[in-house]
Design a protein around this ligand. Structure first.
Ligand code: CS2
Length: 506
Protein backbone atom coordinates (compact mmCIF):
# COMPACT_ATOMS: atom_id res chain seq x y z
CA UNK A 1 0.00 0.00 0.00
CA UNK A 2 1.54 3.31 -1.09
CA UNK A 3 1.75 6.28 1.23
CA UNK A 4 -0.70 9.12 0.43
CA UNK A 5 0.20 12.40 -1.23
CA UNK A 6 0.00 15.08 1.49
CA UNK A 7 2.01 17.79 3.25
CA UNK A 8 4.26 15.20 4.82
CA UNK A 9 5.09 13.22 1.69
CA UNK A 10 5.40 16.34 -0.53
CA UNK A 11 9.15 16.90 0.10
CA UNK A 12 9.94 13.32 -0.91
CA UNK A 13 8.48 13.46 -4.42
CA UNK A 14 10.87 12.70 -7.31
CA UNK A 15 12.83 15.68 -8.61
CA UNK A 16 11.10 15.66 -12.01
CA UNK A 17 7.71 16.36 -10.41
CA UNK A 18 7.09 20.09 -10.00
CA UNK A 19 5.57 21.20 -6.73
CA UNK A 20 4.73 24.40 -4.85
CA UNK A 21 7.87 25.97 -3.46
CA UNK A 22 6.03 28.51 -1.28
CA UNK A 23 5.18 27.91 2.34
CA UNK A 24 1.66 26.44 2.23
CA UNK A 25 1.21 26.97 5.97
CA UNK A 26 1.11 30.71 5.26
CA UNK A 27 -1.69 30.50 2.67
CA UNK A 28 -4.88 32.39 3.43
CA UNK A 29 -8.16 31.92 1.56
CA UNK A 30 -9.03 34.66 -0.94
CA UNK A 31 -11.11 32.67 -3.44
CA UNK A 32 -14.26 30.63 -2.98
CA UNK A 33 -14.67 28.39 -6.02
CA UNK A 34 -18.00 26.75 -6.84
CA UNK A 35 -17.70 23.55 -8.88
CA UNK A 36 -14.38 21.92 -8.00
CA UNK A 37 -14.30 19.56 -10.98
CA UNK A 38 -11.36 18.51 -13.10
CA UNK A 39 -11.74 21.57 -15.34
CA UNK A 40 -11.10 24.05 -12.51
CA UNK A 41 -8.31 21.97 -11.05
CA UNK A 42 -6.58 21.88 -14.45
CA UNK A 43 -6.68 25.62 -15.06
CA UNK A 44 -7.67 28.25 -12.50
CA UNK A 45 -6.33 26.34 -9.49
CA UNK A 46 -2.97 25.68 -11.15
CA UNK A 47 -2.77 29.25 -12.48
CA UNK A 48 -3.42 30.50 -8.94
CA UNK A 49 -0.77 28.13 -7.58
CA UNK A 50 1.79 29.41 -10.12
CA UNK A 51 0.76 33.04 -9.56
CA UNK A 52 1.25 32.73 -5.80
CA UNK A 53 4.59 31.07 -6.38
CA UNK A 54 5.73 33.80 -8.80
CA UNK A 55 4.43 36.80 -6.86
CA UNK A 56 4.87 35.63 -3.27
CA UNK A 57 1.35 36.91 -2.50
CA UNK A 58 -0.10 33.98 -0.58
CA UNK A 59 -3.52 35.48 0.09
CA UNK A 60 -5.28 33.67 -2.76
CA UNK A 61 -5.79 30.19 -1.37
CA UNK A 62 -8.88 28.45 -2.75
CA UNK A 63 -11.80 27.13 -0.75
CA UNK A 64 -13.32 24.68 -3.17
CA UNK A 65 -17.01 23.87 -3.11
CA UNK A 66 -18.42 20.72 -4.67
CA UNK A 67 -22.09 21.34 -5.23
CA UNK A 68 -23.45 17.83 -4.67
CA UNK A 69 -20.96 14.99 -4.58
CA UNK A 70 -18.60 14.42 -1.65
CA UNK A 71 -16.11 12.46 -3.80
CA UNK A 72 -13.59 15.27 -4.41
CA UNK A 73 -13.72 16.36 -0.76
CA UNK A 74 -13.17 12.77 0.38
CA UNK A 75 -10.24 12.37 -2.00
CA UNK A 76 -8.51 15.68 -1.29
CA UNK A 77 -9.02 16.14 2.47
CA UNK A 78 -6.56 13.38 3.47
CA UNK A 79 -4.17 14.97 0.95
CA UNK A 80 -4.35 18.44 2.59
CA UNK A 81 -5.87 19.72 -0.67
CA UNK A 82 -2.87 18.60 -2.75
CA UNK A 83 -3.40 16.86 -6.08
CA UNK A 84 -1.44 16.27 -9.26
CA UNK A 85 -2.00 17.86 -12.64
CA UNK A 86 -0.66 15.63 -15.43
CA UNK A 87 -0.18 17.36 -18.78
CA UNK A 88 -0.09 14.74 -21.46
CA UNK A 89 0.64 14.66 -25.15
CA UNK A 90 2.59 12.77 -27.77
CA UNK A 91 6.32 13.43 -27.88
CA UNK A 92 8.24 13.86 -31.16
CA UNK A 93 9.02 10.11 -31.10
CA UNK A 94 5.29 9.31 -31.02
CA UNK A 95 5.50 8.11 -27.41
CA UNK A 96 3.11 9.62 -24.88
CA UNK A 97 4.82 11.98 -22.46
CA UNK A 98 3.54 13.51 -19.30
CA UNK A 99 4.61 16.42 -17.16
CA UNK A 100 3.50 16.34 -13.52
CA UNK A 101 2.90 19.19 -11.11
CA UNK A 102 1.50 18.90 -7.63
CA UNK A 103 -0.81 21.87 -7.12
CA UNK A 104 -0.90 23.61 -3.76
CA UNK A 105 -3.57 26.31 -4.06
CA UNK A 106 -6.59 24.35 -2.79
CA UNK A 107 -6.87 24.77 0.96
CA UNK A 108 -10.06 22.95 1.72
CA UNK A 109 -13.03 21.35 -0.01
CA UNK A 110 -16.62 21.72 1.16
CA UNK A 111 -19.79 20.01 -0.06
CA UNK A 112 -22.67 22.44 -0.53
CA UNK A 113 -25.37 19.76 -0.37
CA UNK A 114 -24.19 18.72 3.10
CA UNK A 115 -24.02 22.21 4.56
CA UNK A 116 -25.21 25.01 2.27
CA UNK A 117 -25.08 27.54 5.06
CA UNK A 118 -21.34 26.98 5.47
CA UNK A 119 -20.91 27.99 1.82
CA UNK A 120 -22.87 31.21 2.39
CA UNK A 121 -20.66 31.92 5.40
CA UNK A 122 -17.56 31.45 3.24
CA UNK A 123 -18.85 33.78 0.55
CA UNK A 124 -19.44 36.27 3.38
CA UNK A 125 -15.98 35.70 4.86
CA UNK A 126 -14.07 39.01 5.16
CA UNK A 127 -11.03 37.62 3.32
CA UNK A 128 -13.03 36.34 0.34
CA UNK A 129 -12.38 38.61 -2.64
CA UNK A 130 -13.28 36.43 -5.59
CA UNK A 131 -16.08 33.91 -5.97
CA UNK A 132 -15.37 31.93 -9.12
CA UNK A 133 -17.43 29.30 -10.88
CA UNK A 134 -17.06 26.28 -13.13
CA UNK A 135 -20.47 24.71 -12.66
CA UNK A 136 -20.93 23.78 -16.36
CA UNK A 137 -23.56 25.27 -18.61
CA UNK A 138 -26.43 23.60 -16.79
CA UNK A 139 -25.35 25.00 -13.43
CA UNK A 140 -26.78 28.44 -14.18
CA UNK A 141 -30.51 27.51 -14.15
CA UNK A 142 -30.96 29.57 -17.28
CA UNK A 143 -32.79 29.00 -20.50
CA UNK A 144 -30.10 28.17 -23.06
CA UNK A 145 -31.69 30.09 -25.95
CA UNK A 146 -32.26 33.36 -24.10
CA UNK A 147 -30.01 33.30 -21.05
CA UNK A 148 -33.00 34.14 -18.81
CA UNK A 149 -33.39 32.62 -15.36
CA UNK A 150 -35.78 29.64 -15.37
CA UNK A 151 -38.24 30.53 -12.66
CA UNK A 152 -39.78 27.06 -12.97
CA UNK A 153 -36.46 25.34 -12.18
CA UNK A 154 -37.14 23.25 -9.04
CA UNK A 155 -33.88 24.40 -7.41
CA UNK A 156 -34.69 28.07 -8.03
CA UNK A 157 -38.21 27.59 -6.62
CA UNK A 158 -36.72 25.83 -3.63
CA UNK A 159 -34.18 28.61 -3.07
CA UNK A 160 -36.75 31.38 -3.13
CA UNK A 161 -38.39 29.65 -0.16
CA UNK A 162 -35.24 28.54 1.67
CA UNK A 163 -32.71 31.32 2.02
CA UNK A 164 -30.54 29.37 4.45
CA UNK A 165 -30.40 26.15 2.46
CA UNK A 166 -29.99 27.11 -1.20
CA UNK A 167 -29.33 24.39 -3.77
CA UNK A 168 -28.77 26.36 -6.95
CA UNK A 169 -25.59 28.22 -7.81
CA UNK A 170 -27.53 31.44 -8.29
CA UNK A 171 -29.32 31.05 -4.93
CA UNK A 172 -26.03 30.40 -3.17
CA UNK A 173 -24.41 33.46 -4.66
CA UNK A 174 -27.31 35.80 -3.90
CA UNK A 175 -27.76 34.70 -0.28
CA UNK A 176 -24.00 34.75 0.27
CA UNK A 177 -23.83 38.30 -1.10
CA UNK A 178 -26.82 39.28 1.08
CA UNK A 179 -24.81 38.22 4.13
CA UNK A 180 -21.81 40.25 2.96
CA UNK A 181 -23.99 43.30 2.59
CA UNK A 182 -25.63 42.78 6.00
CA UNK A 183 -22.21 42.55 7.61
CA UNK A 184 -20.90 45.64 5.88
CA UNK A 185 -18.13 43.71 4.13
CA UNK A 186 -16.32 44.87 1.01
CA UNK A 187 -17.56 43.73 -2.40
CA UNK A 188 -16.32 40.70 -4.33
CA UNK A 189 -15.78 39.71 -7.94
CA UNK A 190 -17.97 36.95 -9.36
CA UNK A 191 -15.94 35.21 -12.03
CA UNK A 192 -17.61 32.69 -14.33
CA UNK A 193 -15.22 30.38 -16.19
CA UNK A 194 -17.87 28.35 -18.00
CA UNK A 195 -18.40 27.96 -21.74
CA UNK A 196 -21.23 30.44 -22.11
CA UNK A 197 -21.46 33.39 -24.43
CA UNK A 198 -20.81 36.47 -22.25
CA UNK A 199 -20.49 34.24 -19.18
CA UNK A 200 -19.97 37.18 -16.82
CA UNK A 201 -22.85 39.15 -18.32
CA UNK A 202 -25.16 36.12 -18.08
CA UNK A 203 -24.13 35.49 -14.49
CA UNK A 204 -24.73 39.14 -13.61
CA UNK A 205 -28.20 39.19 -15.08
CA UNK A 206 -29.17 35.90 -13.39
CA UNK A 207 -27.86 37.05 -10.01
CA UNK A 208 -29.61 40.41 -10.31
CA UNK A 209 -32.87 38.81 -11.43
CA UNK A 210 -32.90 36.47 -8.43
CA UNK A 211 -31.77 39.20 -6.02
CA UNK A 212 -34.65 41.39 -7.17
CA UNK A 213 -37.08 38.78 -5.86
CA UNK A 214 -35.26 38.77 -2.53
CA UNK A 215 -34.63 42.44 -1.82
CA UNK A 216 -34.42 45.49 -4.09
CA UNK A 217 -31.73 47.07 -1.89
CA UNK A 218 -29.60 43.97 -2.30
CA UNK A 219 -29.90 44.21 -6.09
CA UNK A 220 -28.61 47.77 -5.96
CA UNK A 221 -25.77 46.80 -3.65
CA UNK A 222 -24.66 43.95 -5.91
CA UNK A 223 -24.94 46.06 -9.02
CA UNK A 224 -22.94 48.90 -7.54
CA UNK A 225 -20.29 46.91 -5.72
CA UNK A 226 -19.66 43.57 -7.37
CA UNK A 227 -18.09 42.93 -10.75
CA UNK A 228 -18.71 40.09 -13.20
CA UNK A 229 -15.81 39.86 -15.68
CA UNK A 230 -16.37 37.82 -18.83
CA UNK A 231 -13.72 35.20 -19.40
CA UNK A 232 -12.67 32.53 -21.86
CA UNK A 233 -10.87 29.38 -20.76
CA UNK A 234 -9.47 26.80 -23.10
CA UNK A 235 -7.89 23.53 -22.01
CA UNK A 236 -9.04 20.01 -22.80
CA UNK A 237 -9.54 18.05 -19.60
CA UNK A 238 -11.05 14.57 -19.91
CA UNK A 239 -12.19 12.84 -16.73
CA UNK A 240 -9.58 10.88 -14.76
CA UNK A 241 -9.70 7.07 -14.87
CA UNK A 242 -8.03 4.29 -12.88
CA UNK A 243 -5.22 3.90 -15.43
CA UNK A 244 -4.37 7.56 -14.88
CA UNK A 245 -4.40 7.08 -11.11
CA UNK A 246 -2.12 4.06 -11.29
CA UNK A 247 0.34 5.56 -13.77
CA UNK A 248 0.61 8.78 -11.80
CA UNK A 249 1.05 6.96 -8.47
CA UNK A 250 3.92 4.99 -10.01
CA UNK A 251 5.67 8.21 -11.02
CA UNK A 252 4.99 10.02 -7.76
CA UNK A 253 5.84 7.10 -5.53
CA UNK A 254 2.78 8.04 -3.46
CA UNK A 255 -0.95 7.60 -4.00
CA UNK A 256 -3.00 10.53 -5.31
CA UNK A 257 -6.70 9.61 -5.07
CA UNK A 258 -7.76 12.21 -7.61
CA UNK A 259 -5.17 13.56 -10.03
CA UNK A 260 -6.39 15.49 -13.10
CA UNK A 261 -5.16 14.96 -16.62
CA UNK A 262 -5.14 17.58 -19.35
CA UNK A 263 -3.40 18.79 -22.47
CA UNK A 264 -0.33 21.08 -22.25
CA UNK A 265 -2.15 23.81 -24.24
CA UNK A 266 -3.95 26.41 -22.15
CA UNK A 267 -5.45 29.78 -22.92
CA UNK A 268 -7.25 32.00 -20.41
CA UNK A 269 -8.48 35.48 -21.28
CA UNK A 270 -10.21 37.55 -18.59
CA UNK A 271 -11.68 41.02 -18.48
CA UNK A 272 -9.64 43.00 -16.01
CA UNK A 273 -12.45 44.32 -13.83
CA UNK A 274 -11.99 43.01 -10.33
CA UNK A 275 -13.80 44.55 -7.39
CA UNK A 276 -11.22 43.65 -4.75
CA UNK A 277 -7.96 42.68 -6.42
CA UNK A 278 -6.87 39.46 -8.08
CA UNK A 279 -3.97 37.02 -8.18
CA UNK A 280 -1.16 37.79 -10.60
CA UNK A 281 -2.58 35.20 -13.01
CA UNK A 282 -0.60 36.84 -15.81
CA UNK A 283 2.73 36.74 -13.96
CA UNK A 284 3.97 33.51 -15.56
CA UNK A 285 2.29 33.76 -18.93
CA UNK A 286 -0.81 31.99 -17.62
CA UNK A 287 -3.63 34.42 -18.33
CA UNK A 288 -4.19 37.46 -20.48
CA UNK A 289 -6.17 40.40 -19.12
CA UNK A 290 -8.20 42.39 -21.63
CA UNK A 291 -10.86 45.09 -21.67
CA UNK A 292 -13.35 43.07 -23.68
CA UNK A 293 -13.29 39.26 -23.79
CA UNK A 294 -16.18 38.90 -26.26
CA UNK A 295 -14.06 38.31 -29.42
CA UNK A 296 -12.00 35.63 -27.63
CA UNK A 297 -15.10 33.92 -26.28
CA UNK A 298 -16.78 33.96 -29.67
CA UNK A 299 -13.69 32.53 -31.33
CA UNK A 300 -13.38 29.74 -28.79
CA UNK A 301 -17.05 28.77 -28.55
CA UNK A 302 -17.46 28.69 -32.31
CA UNK A 303 -14.09 27.41 -33.50
CA UNK A 304 -13.24 24.99 -30.66
CA UNK A 305 -16.45 23.95 -28.94
CA UNK A 306 -18.63 23.94 -32.07
CA UNK A 307 -16.42 21.47 -33.99
CA UNK A 308 -15.79 19.55 -30.76
CA UNK A 309 -19.51 18.90 -30.26
CA UNK A 310 -19.88 18.10 -33.96
CA UNK A 311 -17.17 15.44 -33.77
CA UNK A 312 -18.70 14.08 -30.58
CA UNK A 313 -22.15 13.52 -32.13
CA UNK A 314 -20.96 12.28 -35.52
CA UNK A 315 -18.30 10.11 -33.90
CA UNK A 316 -20.66 8.64 -31.30
CA UNK A 317 -23.12 7.72 -34.06
CA UNK A 318 -20.30 5.82 -35.77
CA UNK A 319 -19.53 4.05 -32.49
CA UNK A 320 -16.30 5.99 -31.79
CA UNK A 321 -15.48 6.21 -28.12
CA UNK A 322 -13.03 9.08 -28.26
CA UNK A 323 -12.72 12.43 -29.98
CA UNK A 324 -9.29 11.50 -31.33
CA UNK A 325 -10.81 8.43 -33.06
CA UNK A 326 -13.45 10.73 -34.55
CA UNK A 327 -11.01 13.29 -35.88
CA UNK A 328 -8.79 10.57 -37.27
CA UNK A 329 -11.69 9.34 -39.40
CA UNK A 330 -10.84 11.06 -42.72
CA UNK A 331 -14.43 11.89 -43.73
CA UNK A 332 -15.18 13.48 -40.35
CA UNK A 333 -11.95 15.43 -40.29
CA UNK A 334 -12.51 16.76 -43.82
CA UNK A 335 -16.05 17.73 -42.89
CA UNK A 336 -15.25 19.68 -39.69
CA UNK A 337 -12.28 21.28 -41.39
CA UNK A 338 -14.51 22.52 -44.21
CA UNK A 339 -17.12 23.65 -41.66
CA UNK A 340 -14.48 25.66 -39.80
CA UNK A 341 -13.02 27.21 -42.95
CA UNK A 342 -16.14 27.85 -44.96
CA UNK A 343 -18.82 28.55 -42.39
CA UNK A 344 -17.41 29.37 -38.95
CA UNK A 345 -14.29 31.37 -39.85
CA UNK A 346 -16.12 34.02 -41.88
CA UNK A 347 -18.33 34.89 -38.86
CA UNK A 348 -15.27 35.75 -36.75
CA UNK A 349 -14.73 39.28 -37.87
CA UNK A 350 -11.58 41.15 -36.99
CA UNK A 351 -9.31 38.10 -36.78
CA UNK A 352 -6.77 37.94 -39.61
CA UNK A 353 -7.05 34.97 -41.98
CA UNK A 354 -3.59 33.67 -41.01
CA UNK A 355 -4.49 33.80 -37.31
CA UNK A 356 -7.64 31.79 -37.93
CA UNK A 357 -5.75 29.26 -39.98
CA UNK A 358 -3.22 28.71 -37.25
CA UNK A 359 -5.97 28.45 -34.63
CA UNK A 360 -7.85 25.88 -36.70
CA UNK A 361 -4.74 23.79 -37.38
CA UNK A 362 -3.76 23.85 -33.72
CA UNK A 363 -7.23 22.80 -32.60
CA UNK A 364 -7.24 19.83 -34.99
CA UNK A 365 -3.82 18.78 -33.71
CA UNK A 366 -4.90 19.21 -30.07
CA UNK A 367 -7.90 16.95 -30.39
CA UNK A 368 -6.05 14.33 -32.41
CA UNK A 369 -3.75 13.81 -29.37
CA UNK A 370 -4.04 10.04 -28.80
CA UNK A 371 -2.26 10.39 -25.45
CA UNK A 372 -5.35 12.10 -24.09
CA UNK A 373 -8.40 9.96 -24.80
CA UNK A 374 -11.40 12.26 -24.51
CA UNK A 375 -14.68 10.33 -24.47
CA UNK A 376 -17.19 11.41 -27.13
CA UNK A 377 -19.87 10.86 -24.45
CA UNK A 378 -18.30 13.55 -22.25
CA UNK A 379 -18.37 16.19 -24.97
CA UNK A 380 -21.78 15.01 -26.25
CA UNK A 381 -23.51 15.36 -22.88
CA UNK A 382 -25.78 18.31 -22.09
CA UNK A 383 -26.27 19.19 -25.76
CA UNK A 384 -29.36 21.30 -25.01
CA UNK A 385 -27.14 23.60 -22.97
CA UNK A 386 -24.23 23.69 -25.41
CA UNK A 387 -25.62 23.70 -28.95
CA UNK A 388 -27.06 27.26 -28.83
CA UNK A 389 -23.76 29.08 -28.25
CA UNK A 390 -21.60 26.52 -30.09
CA UNK A 391 -23.59 26.17 -33.32
CA UNK A 392 -26.87 28.08 -33.43
CA UNK A 393 -25.39 31.57 -32.92
CA UNK A 394 -23.10 30.98 -35.88
CA UNK A 395 -26.05 29.80 -37.98
CA UNK A 396 -28.02 32.93 -37.01
CA UNK A 397 -25.15 35.19 -38.05
CA UNK A 398 -24.86 33.45 -41.40
CA UNK A 399 -28.58 33.57 -42.06
CA UNK A 400 -28.47 37.30 -41.42
CA UNK A 401 -25.86 37.74 -44.13
CA UNK A 402 -27.51 35.24 -46.49
CA UNK A 403 -24.64 32.75 -46.31
CA UNK A 404 -24.57 28.97 -46.60
CA UNK A 405 -25.44 27.05 -43.40
CA UNK A 406 -25.36 23.47 -44.71
CA UNK A 407 -22.48 22.09 -42.67
CA UNK A 408 -23.44 23.79 -39.42
CA UNK A 409 -26.98 22.52 -39.85
CA UNK A 410 -25.71 19.00 -40.41
CA UNK A 411 -23.91 19.33 -37.07
CA UNK A 412 -27.21 20.31 -35.40
CA UNK A 413 -28.94 17.40 -37.16
CA UNK A 414 -26.23 15.10 -35.80
CA UNK A 415 -27.11 16.22 -32.26
CA UNK A 416 -30.82 15.59 -32.80
CA UNK A 417 -30.13 12.22 -34.42
CA UNK A 418 -27.77 11.30 -31.58
CA UNK A 419 -30.66 11.87 -29.16
CA UNK A 420 -32.27 8.67 -30.48
CA UNK A 421 -29.83 6.87 -28.14
CA UNK A 422 -28.60 4.35 -30.73
CA UNK A 423 -25.47 4.32 -32.88
CA UNK A 424 -25.25 3.01 -36.43
CA UNK A 425 -24.25 -0.47 -35.31
CA UNK A 426 -27.28 -0.68 -33.03
CA UNK A 427 -25.27 0.04 -29.84
CA UNK A 428 -27.32 1.85 -27.18
CA UNK A 429 -26.05 4.73 -25.05
CA UNK A 430 -27.62 6.93 -22.41
CA UNK A 431 -28.60 10.53 -23.12
CA UNK A 432 -27.13 12.70 -20.39
CA UNK A 433 -28.85 16.05 -20.52
CA UNK A 434 -30.80 18.06 -17.94
CA UNK A 435 -33.56 18.31 -20.56
CA UNK A 436 -33.40 14.58 -21.46
CA UNK A 437 -37.04 13.90 -20.58
CA UNK A 438 -38.34 16.90 -22.53
CA UNK A 439 -36.11 16.04 -25.48
CA UNK A 440 -37.38 12.45 -25.51
CA UNK A 441 -40.97 13.75 -25.67
CA UNK A 442 -39.98 16.19 -28.40
CA UNK A 443 -38.46 13.38 -30.45
CA UNK A 444 -41.54 11.23 -30.13
CA UNK A 445 -43.83 14.17 -31.01
CA UNK A 446 -41.71 14.77 -34.10
CA UNK A 447 -42.08 11.12 -35.12
CA UNK A 448 -45.84 11.18 -34.67
CA UNK A 449 -46.03 14.35 -36.76
CA UNK A 450 -43.76 12.89 -39.46
CA UNK A 451 -45.80 9.70 -39.67
CA UNK A 452 -49.05 11.60 -39.89
CA UNK A 453 -47.78 13.57 -42.91
CA UNK A 454 -47.72 12.66 -46.56
CA UNK A 455 -44.41 10.85 -47.36
CA UNK A 456 -43.10 13.83 -49.33
CA UNK A 457 -43.73 16.10 -46.34
CA UNK A 458 -42.69 13.91 -43.44
CA UNK A 459 -38.99 14.94 -43.22
CA UNK A 460 -39.94 18.60 -43.27
CA UNK A 461 -42.65 18.10 -40.68
CA UNK A 462 -40.20 16.31 -38.36
CA UNK A 463 -37.67 19.16 -38.70
CA UNK A 464 -40.38 21.74 -38.00
CA UNK A 465 -41.42 20.09 -34.77
CA UNK A 466 -37.82 19.63 -33.60
CA UNK A 467 -36.65 23.14 -34.43
CA UNK A 468 -39.80 24.54 -32.81
CA UNK A 469 -38.34 23.63 -29.41
CA UNK A 470 -37.90 27.18 -28.15
CA UNK A 471 -35.71 26.63 -25.04
CA UNK A 472 -32.91 25.57 -27.41
CA UNK A 473 -33.75 27.02 -30.82
CA UNK A 474 -35.45 30.28 -29.80
CA UNK A 475 -36.94 31.69 -32.96
CA UNK A 476 -34.63 29.78 -35.34
CA UNK A 477 -37.47 27.35 -35.99
CA UNK A 478 -39.12 30.14 -37.97
CA UNK A 479 -36.18 30.42 -40.39
CA UNK A 480 -37.34 28.40 -43.38
CA UNK A 481 -33.84 27.89 -44.77
CA UNK A 482 -32.70 26.39 -41.51
CA UNK A 483 -35.72 24.10 -41.23
CA UNK A 484 -35.32 22.87 -44.81
CA UNK A 485 -31.60 22.19 -44.35
CA UNK A 486 -32.32 20.40 -41.08
CA UNK A 487 -34.96 18.24 -42.76
CA UNK A 488 -32.55 17.24 -45.54
CA UNK A 489 -29.67 16.39 -43.21
CA UNK A 490 -31.78 14.49 -40.72
CA UNK A 491 -33.22 12.44 -43.53
CA UNK A 492 -29.76 11.68 -44.96
CA UNK A 493 -28.46 10.67 -41.54
CA UNK A 494 -31.47 8.41 -40.99
CA UNK A 495 -31.45 6.81 -44.44
CA UNK A 496 -27.78 6.69 -45.40
CA UNK A 497 -25.76 7.25 -42.24
CA UNK A 498 -23.02 9.59 -41.07
CA UNK A 499 -20.32 8.99 -43.67
CA UNK A 500 -22.66 9.56 -46.59
CA UNK A 501 -24.10 12.69 -44.94
CA UNK A 502 -20.72 14.29 -44.22
CA UNK A 503 -19.28 13.40 -47.63
CA UNK A 504 -22.26 14.95 -49.34
CA UNK A 505 -21.85 18.13 -47.28
CA UNK A 506 -18.04 18.55 -47.33
C1 CS2 B 1 -15.88 20.21 -24.44
C2 CS2 B 1 -15.16 21.24 -23.58
O1 CS2 B 1 -16.94 18.82 -22.88
C3 CS2 B 1 -17.10 19.65 -23.77
O2 CS2 B 1 -18.21 20.01 -24.14
O3 CS2 B 1 -16.18 20.78 -25.67
O4 CS2 B 1 -15.09 20.90 -22.26
C4 CS2 B 1 -13.76 21.52 -24.14
O5 CS2 B 1 -12.92 20.41 -23.97
C5 CS2 B 1 -13.16 22.72 -23.47
O6 CS2 B 1 -14.05 23.79 -23.53
C6 CS2 B 1 -11.84 23.06 -24.12
O7 CS2 B 1 -11.42 24.25 -23.62
Amino acid sequence: MLERLNTESLPRLPADVEKPIYDRSRLTPGIVHLGLGAFHRAHQAVMTDLAMQASGDLSWGILGVSLRSAATRDALTPQDGLYTLALRDDGPDGEAREQLRVVGSVLRVMVAAEDPNAVLERIAYPQTRIVSLTVTEKGYSHEPATGHLRWDDPDILHDLENPHRPRSTIGMLVYGLALRRERGLPPVTLLSCDNLRGNGDILRSLVLAFALRVDVGLTDWIDTHCTFPNSMVDRIVPGTDDHDRQRIAERLGVQDAWPVVGEPYMNWVIEDKFAAGRPAWDSHGGATFVRNAAPYERLKLRMVNGPHSTLAYLGALLGHRTISQSVQTPALRAFVDAMMQQEIGPTLKGIPESGLEEYRGRFLARIANPALPHPTSQVAMDGSQKVPQRLLDTIRDRLRTGDDIQRLTLAVAAWLHYLSGEDEAGGRYRIQDPMAARLAKLLSRAEVAARASAPSQSAHRRAMVLSGFKPVFGDLGRASEFVSALATHLETLRQHGVIHAVEAAT
